[in-house]
Design a protein around this ligand. Structure first.
Ligand SMILES: [Mn+2]
Length: 447
């Protein structure tokens, strides 16, 4: 074989490796131990005195991969079950308490850090202790470290529920007399107050939230990758979503993409509403067969390395918007784009609304009640912690204007997740088309 052919083969090989890499978003994300060491240092710096305690999740959730408690994970990045993290700000020490496991447990789940001589080095923790010693440490340090116990008194949040939603759903559960049982979180607080009545109890959550609301550089790497993966997922779903398929097939097309790229789960149950279902805001049955002439409203995001994403797109099943669909779609789209334009550090919700109103007036668009403003935060929870206003660099938001006409079976929502930058915002989910021409072009490429 001559030299030129060999060189050409090598060249083609390198190009295809490169293309394959960029298609699969092949770089791994995740967090370094230094990230968690920094977070603990920042928290201890602000608390100064007393003892900080975070509880990990108690048991694997059924029907899903284990997901750690958000606040616990944020400060140590560990997915251990039944763990407790203690921090002593005066001494600048962090101690992880883990259950002592039997050989049988180890055979099923692998060993934990208690049996790993490199555990401290791997985590940057001051020490790793058996769970049985937790009260021994607590009793000892309530003297020397200060008598304030900094724990979570606020409600927890989960991947798909904000703190305020968790609280609300607990209240709804307890409306049934026979369900009115104290939550695990409240039980833990009660036990601590029983054992340590002389301690002062302080809610750690305001400080935790003030940290979680500003995303770190390592989190931003994860968010950007998740933005790409989730956008590709919605794009594949749009290609799938035509007359004759079931809504769950469209969901499956999106799930396949995020799972293939290392996401562990969806950030919230996917919403695929066709026709009448497009008007039910949190519809998630996804069981209807899509018909010709329907609009599909899909709201979808993956969760990657404890960071969520939130995207909504609306498209006509048969590939062409009707006049009416086009008109409603344009309002949502222009309000959404104007909101994105207004997003920058220092801006409040009222500022965004004012900007959107002025721009719509100039464009001659009747917004039919859609005002823009600031959407919800996005992070470890899809509806993430606040406070959100005014905007600051490093915050992440979903902007999601929508218009719903149940009598016309027409619901439209267009949503992107954006990161506030130094002088504006970066749309993390921009790779999924939303301009009418681009949407129709994508749909026309279907066979
Ligand atoms: Mn949203």
């Amino acid at each position: 074989m001559n030299k030129r052919i060999i060189l050409r083969i090598i060249f083609i090989f390198l190009v295809s490796v490169f293309l394959l890499q960029s298609y699969t978003f092949a770089q791994r994300t995740g967090y370094t131990k230094e990230e968690f060491m920094r977070r603990r240092a920042v928290l201890m710096e602000q608390v100064q005195d007393g003892i900080i305690v975070f509880f990990g999740n108690a048991i694997p959730q059924s029907g899903a991969h284990f997901r750690q408690d958000n606040d616990f994970y944020y400060f140590c990045g560990r997915e251990d079950v039944n763990a407790i993290l203690m921090m002593l700000p005066r001494m600048k020490q962090s101690i992880l308490f883990l259950p002592q496991t039997s050989e049988r447990e180890d055979r099923f789940h692998g060993i934990n850090l208690l049996k790993d001589p490199g555990g401290r080095k791997k985590t940057g923790l001051s020490s790793i202790q058996p769970l049985d010693l937790f009260d021994e440490y607590l009793a000892r340090w309530t003297g020397r470290a200060g008598k304030t116990l900094h724990i979570r008194l606020s409600p927890r949040d989960t991947v798909d529920n904000a703190r305020y939603e968790y609280k609300l759903f607990q209240a709804r559960k307890n409306r049934i007399f026979y369900n009115d049982q104290i939550s695990l979180d409240n039980y833990r607080v009660k036990k601590l107050k029983e054992r340590y009545p002389y301690c002062e109890f302080k809610d750690i959550i305001p400080i935790v939230d003030s940290m979680r609301v500003i995303k770190t550089p390592e989190e931003i790497v994860v968010l950007r990758r998740n933005g790409k993966i989730s956008a590709e997922a919605v794009k594949q779903a749009m290609l799938k979503g035509k007359p004759g398929v079931y809504e769950y097939e469209i969901e499956a097309a999106a799930m396949a993409v995020i799972l293939r790229h290392g996401a562990r789960r969806f950030a919230y149950p996917p919403i695929v509403g066709s026709g009448p279902n497009s008007c039910i805001l949190h519809y998630a049955e996804n069981s209807r067969m899509v018909e010709d002439g329907d609009i599909i409203l899909m709201d979808f995001g993956g969760e990657l390395d404890y960071m969520c994403m939130d995207i909504s797109r609306t498209w006509p099943t048969n590939g062409k918007f009707t006049e009416e669909q086009r008109e409603v779609y344009t309002i949502a789209l222009e309000v959404q784009k104007a909101s994105i334009e207004a997003y920058r550090p220092g801006v409040t919700s009222a500022d965004v609304r004012k900007y959107v109103a002025e721009k719509m007036k100039k464009m001659g668009i009747n917004t039919r009640g859609q005002r823009g403003g600031i959407g919800h935060g996005v992070g470890m929870a899809t509806h993430d912690v606040g406070p959100m206003s005014p905007l600051r660099e490093g915050m992440v938001f979903a902007i999601e204007p929508g218009l719903y006409y149940p009598e016309k079976n027409l619901g439209v929502r267009i949503e992107d997740t954006v990161l506030i930058t130094k002088d504006g915002c970066e749309v993390l989910t921009k790779d999924v088309p939303k301009e009418i021409a681009d949407v129709e072009k994508l749909l026309a490429s279907r066979k």
